[in-house]
Design a protein around this ligand. Structure first.
Ligand code: HEC
Length: 128
């Protein structure tokens, strides 16, 4: 009977350890996937370029100015494989009709690579 109890206690102990290990692993995964976006190299590189250009005279992160808030742009294109190239082209060429009838001026002096870097930053701002 005593032996039976010891075995039972051991099994409970092992099961409890296994459970804890599982939880810890889950915690790590969660923190990695919701990690701080400001630590992403695309965040800083894109924000630097945007700050040096005229973007922020028409765009804010979470409020509509002349153009749509960057958060809304990020939410709209979240998960799209073609968004970076498409939006970079739009920033360079300008355009209208997606968010309303106010046109965005073109930025022909920007390289495709710099415009794509700006878009990568914008897409990190998604809230959904
Ligand atoms: C003169 C004001 C103005 C400036 C300056 C401006 N934008 Fe815009 N932007 C707009 C407007 C207006 C729209 C909405 C266009 C539309 O409805 O198609 C827009 C749309 C966008 C979009 C979404 C395009 C789409 O098709 O969904 C992105 C991305 C963007 N701007 C990034 C930028 C970046 C980066 C810069 C700086 C290089 C910039 N904008 C400078 C006014 C501006």
């Amino acid at each position: 009977m005593k032996k039976y109890l010891v075995t039972f206690a051991l099994i409970t102990f092992i099961a409890a350890c296994g459970g804890n290990a599982g939880n810890e692993k889950k915690g790590e995964n969660t923190s990695a996937s919701t990690g701080d976006i400001t630590e992403n190299p695309d965040y800083k590189a894109g924000l630097d370029l945007i700050s040096k250009s005229d973007c922020l005279t028409c765009h804010k992160i979470s409020e509509k100015l002349v153009g749509p808030p960057y958060q809304d742009v990020a939410n709209k294109y979240a998960g799209s494989d073609t968004a970076v190239a498409h939006l970079a082209k739009k920033i360079i060429e300008g355009g209208q009709g997606v968010w309303g009838q106010t046109p965005m001026v073109g930025h022909p002096a920007l390289s495709q690579a710099d415009a794509e870097q700006m878009v990568k930053y914008i897409l990190l701002l998604k809230t959904q």
